[in-house]
Write a protein that binds this ligand. Structure first.
Ligand code: RNT
Ligand code: ZN
Length: 423
């Protein structure tokens, strides 16, 4: 068992931290109330290695992979929802869940181009019962019609049409979800289309994708119901030489069509930083959907931890006053550790990064910068790293009635012994 801090210690530490931050002109209470307004969008697919319920036991394709065989993965929508509810008991605040189309909850087999809101009604009811909202994703992988590596940019008009119909169906499902929950359901579109080796024609697939997207988005749907987002990628397993939906492709698409751009932190060259892209793209696109992830060598989907880059992303959003234009979605899948823990680690890390950013004396830093005092700017930035943000975080967890500090590991283990081990 990991010993938890008692309430008195949490309060004592918080008061000391509050004073330390006040000395820098930072109001910890204001930071906490802003943090409470941030809803992460928790990706449902961490719970079962991106398997989904359309084709139980089917192979995961599309150049993404979950390695490991840790026991206890969710096998049914009910199990997945139990796991998500457990995560919600371990992270402070009220958050969203991002579904993928292959996570339909319906007793019959449904083709992807025939998906309707009723196939997700149980998810909608569940979310309503918990008082949370949903987001959505089309699924353009793990399907016979994506087996040769192309979907919306496929040379065969019949296959292309199938995926266009899927994407249109997903927009309608998202809009219905948005209407049911009374706030927009972000509908993300990512496809694996690309080539392992040097293509002789990079042009035609991109022209076909552009046309397909325009067909998909031809119907105007109020953004109060759903918002369309498009996600680029650098390469995948089997698409090392060419990805149709590259950054330039989707950035230009989103700018010209007024769509949301999805920036997945694992989808760029290793020294390229999403934290630097946010203030650039938000000059032109209305909103950004983040897929907070962690790239490690060839893998773009390791569990998120409190890294410098996750902190920098949160700082950028907070400094730019852009919390209402950036949706913090998570995207990683690890089958080698307890999956509920993986979710919790990533979500808590992202929230901590946001809290650290909200506790920053930004005005002070920017004043130093304006005065040309780069020495003090760097000095202060580095001193801020040892400010007692953890005491503020603990207080936030305590107030939200979720475990303080590492004590959540005890609850995760209890859930594993009671529920996961029996699967
Ligand atoms: C893949 C993309 C995409 C997927 C999910 C399952 O590289 O990041 O977002 O991870 O849609
Ligand atoms: Zn992603």
């Amino acid at each position: 068992m990991i010993a938890a801090l008692d309430a008195k210690a949490v309060e004592r530490n918080y008061q000391a931290a509050q004073e330390a931050y006040a000395a820098l002109g930072v109001d910890t209470e204001a930071a906490l109330s802003r943090l409470a307004g941030v809803q992460l969008s928790l990706h449902c697919w961490q719970g079962d290695d991106v398997g989904g319920f359309e084709n139980p036991g089917g192979e995961l394709t599309g150049g993404i992979q979950a390695t490991g065989n840790y026991p206890g993965k969710a096998r049914t929508p009910d199990e997945l929802r139990d796991d998500l509810e457990t995560v919600f008991r371990l992270i402070p605040g009220r958050h969203r869940v991002a579904l993928h189309a292959i996570y339909l909850d319906y007793p019959e087999k449904v083709e992807r181009n025939a998906l309707e809101p009723k196939h997700f009604q149980r998810w909608i009811d569940w979310a309503k019962g918990l008082g949370i909202s949903l987001d959505f994703n089309g699924s353009f992988f793990s399907h016979p019609k994506s087996a040769d590596g192309f979907t919306l940019s496929h040379p065969d008009p019949g296959i292309r049409r199938f995926w266009v119909e899927h994407a249109i169906a997903c927009r309608h499902v998202s809009a219905a979800i948005g209407r049911a929950q009374g706030n927009p359901c972000v509908n993300n579109l990512w496809l694996p289309d690309g080539e392992k080796d040097l293509p002789a024609d990079r042009w035609s697939p991109r022209a076909r994708l552009r046309e397909a997207l325009d067909t998909i988005f031809a119907e105007e749907i109020p953004t109060a119901e759903t918002k369309d987002a498009v996600e680029s990628k650098l390469f995948g397993i089997g698409s090392e030489s060419y990805v149709v939906g590259s950054l330039e492709f989707y950035l230009a698409y989103a700018v010209s069509r007024g769509k949301l751009l999805t920036l997945d932190t694992g989808h760029f060259h290793p020294t390229e930083l999403v934290s630097d892209k946010i203030s650039a793209v938000l000059q032109y696109v209305p909103e950004v959907l983040l897929h907070v992830s962690r790239g490690v060598r060839w893998d773009s989907d390791h569990v998120v931890v409190l890294s410098d880059e996750v902190r920098a992303i949160a700082e950028e959003v907070v400094r730019g006053n852009a919390l209402d234009r950036v949706c913090f979605g998570l995207d990683f899948f690890d089958a080698s550790i307890n999956r509920v823990a993986a979710w919790t680690i990533g979500a808590r890390a992202t929230l901590k990064a946001l809290l650290i950013a909200l506790l920053e004396p930004t005005a002070m830093l920017q004043e130093l910068e304006a005065k040309g005092d780069r020495t003090a700017r760097l000095a202060l930035m580095d001193e801020l790293k040892s400010m007692p943000f953890a005491a503020v975080w603990d207080q936030y967890c305590y107030r939200n009635e979720v475990p303080v500090g590492a004590a959540w590991i005890n609850e995760m283990r209890a859930y594993e012994a009671r529920v996961l081990a029996a699967r």
